[in-house]
Ligand binder design. Sequence first.
Ligand SMILES: Nc1ncnc2c1ncn2[C@@H]1O[C@H](COP(=O)(O)OP(=O)(O)O)[C@@H](O)[C@H]1O
Ligand SMILES: CC(=O)N[C@@H](CCC(=O)OP(=O)(O)O)C(=O)O
Length: 257
Amino acid sequence: MSHSLTILKIGGAVLQDEAALSAALQFFTGMPGQKILVHGGGRKASDISRRLGIAPQMHEGRRLTDAATLEVVTMVYAGLENKRLVAQLQHMGTNAIGLSGADANIILSEKRKHTTVDYGFAGDVISVQKAPLQALLGAGLAPVCCAITHDGQGQLLNTNADTIAAVLAAGLAADYHVDLLYCFEQPGVMEDLSRPDSLIQELRPDSYARYRAAGVIAGGMLPKLDNAFRAVNAGARKALIADLEGLRNGGGTTIRL
Ligand SMILES: Nc1ncnc2c1ncn2[C@@H]1O[C@H](COP(=O)(O)OP(=O)(O)O)[C@@H](O)[C@H]1O
Ligand SMILES: CC(=O)N[C@@H](CCC(=O)OP(=O)(O)O)C(=O)O
């Protein structure tokens, strides 16, 4: 295992703020070694859904994805957001290549099964094909991955973007020293979102369970943390949740076992 690989995931709020996005892409461009960018775009998809008269519906941080919503998220994530990120990275000197999970069959998923909630065309990941990713990385390209996956039967599925970042980290952990960085608009996981000084510097499974049961950690933070633990469990060297300032200066919330 000779190479380091950094996987940076940027969320919907960062994508909505041009200055923050540009700073995040500059940070990505400056990262040494091999790297993958994973992006969300949930807020943009919700905006465009509303403009089309489709009310966005989320459950525990995941989108209920009916057929019309699947069209919207495919256009937004695999189209608009993915391609504009690739273009901006090219402008900054990073040779990026945009991918969905269907491209080169990198991420195979299945319709999310749940006993009480119908998630529609939301996809849970079954497997990651690492060979095409390794080939791209080895060729000096930076993959830019969106949250659209496929089931191998021709059906596109909508997968949480934090999950995409974590399964890539887990899938590649046997071959690289993987650092997984989640960049969003908060300083990290907070005890109280209204208090910027309430950063939780370190989370372990037991403290996560306590905060979750107390309702301190909720919504979009649940898939982020479940996935960060998944990646570290699978052998990622590091998982960090932070804003850009924290990523630059060693702040944020570190996930430990
Ligand atoms: N304890 C917490 N600390 C930080 N954010 C939290 C917490 N609990 C809930 N959240 C919410 O989770 C959101 C992040 O989830 P989400 O919007 O899905 O982010 P992203 O688009 O980056 O994946 C934050 O903006 C915040 O509103
Ligand atoms: C199934 C599911 O929830 N998919 C997510 C994919 C995008 C995403 O995760 O975007 P952020 O990182 O910006 O939240 C969604 O449609 O919101």
